[in-house]
Write a protein that binds this ligand. Structure first.
Ligand SMILES: Nc1nc2c(ncn2[C@@H]2O[C@H](COP(=O)(O)OP(=O)(O)O)[C@@H](O)[C@H]2O)c(=O)[nH]1
Ligand SMILES: [Mg+2]
Length: 304
């Protein structure tokens, strides 16, 4: 698959043939209405060419694994926040083979929220795979991914967006390890310790100079996301380090932005099992760089 395939794919929301089924735009958003879409047959004929102008300004990818409890309040807050801002958005919830009611819940929200799309991995594949899935299907000019528990509040989008839009960063990443970071509710001590140790390895092997690569809140200029996620291949929790390593190898600036962190006690991360897996993945990044794996398109990937 060529690296930029998918960028101009039409949004699922545009599949709706009848304009009456489209939701009213929130009053604060500029109406960017394309008259071609008044006629369903025109809409289908011109889909590829005509969809591009309606691409949202920002796509928000939310990976979700057994999140039936946390996802509802998160979607409420996300909807409220983006209704209050100027630019247009689409939200992509990526279900990672949850065994609970995550998909049903997300679909309920999507039924009367056309900017929300629900993607399914089919089975549990990991956070890296889930975020890649969302990013490759996203159509926004910019792209953000956020943990389903909103440990970094969605309002922090503004700071990260400013770093990309106004300061020229290719990727702006939420950080819990800067002096200005606001740790309102900290992670358990062993998770903080693991994080610091893992960061030593990350800096030595993949991303020097970044003190927190693991915060689940990262904002990309869309083109950077498309390039990076087209070749990125880690499926697990170390994918952030790989993504940042690739972005900087491609020559984009990474800006670490201090954010608020309100830790959610309910974690999907297992301190031993996942720590070992992350170390293995991290060495894999180094190995892949040395072998030129990222210079070739990914093969055999179900998302490709
Ligand atoms: N553990 C885990 N989380 C996943 C997986 N796939 C997606 N996620 C999502 O990854 C995000 C981070 O998970 P969380 O448990 O909050 O991690 P923590 O805050 O680092 O303890 C959440 O949005 C999860 O739903 C997976 O296979 N395992
Ligand atoms: Mg969390």
């Amino acid at each position: 698959m060529p690296p930029f395939a998918g960028v101009f794919k039409p949004r699922a929301a545009l599949d709706q043939p009848d304009e009456k089924t489209l939701p009213p735009l929130p009053a604060s958003q500029p109406i960017r209405y394309n008259p071609w879409f008044r006629r369903p047959e025109r809409q289908r004929e011109n889909m590829d060419e005509r969809a591009a102008p309606l691409a949202p300004d920002l796509s928000v990818v939310i990976p979700a694994y057994n999140e039936e409890k946390r996802l509802g309040p998160t979607l409420e807050r996300v909807r409220e926040y983006f209704a209050s801002i100027e630019y247009t958005t689409e939200i992509l919830v990526v279900d990672d083979g949850s065994a609970d009611g995550t998909v049903a819940l997300a679909r309920d929200y999507a039924a009367n929220w056309p900017a929300l799309r629900v993607l399914e991995n089919g089975r549990n594949r990991g956070k890296g795979y889930s975020v890649r899935h969302g990013m490759l299907k996203a159509t926004g000019t910019d792209m953000l991914f956020s943990d389903a528990d909103l440990s970094t509040p969605i309002e922090e989008t503004a700071r990260l967006r400013a770093a990309v839009r106004e300061e020229g960063a290719g990727v702006a990443i939420g950080s819990r390890a800067l002096p200005e970071s606001n740790l309102a509710q900290r992670q358990p001590w062993y998770r903080e310790m693991m994080g610091r140790t893992f960061n030593k390895f990350v800096q030595a092997l993949a991303v020097p100079g970044v003190v927190d690569t693991q915060c689940g809140f990262k904002y990309f200029w869309g083109e950077v996301a498309k390039r990076v996620f087209a070749v990125q291949r880690l499926d697990g929790f170390a994918f952030d380090a790989e993504v940042l390593c690739l972005a900087s190898r491609f020559g984009y600036a990474i800006k670490e932005v201090p954010v608020t962190w309100i830790d959610s006690p309910d974690s999907r991360v297992h301190p031993v099992k996942h720590a070992l897996a992350m170390m293995r993945e991290l060495f894999g990044v180094r190995w892949n760089v040395a072998r030129g794996v990222y210079d070739r398109p990914r093969e055999g990937d179900p998302l490709a």
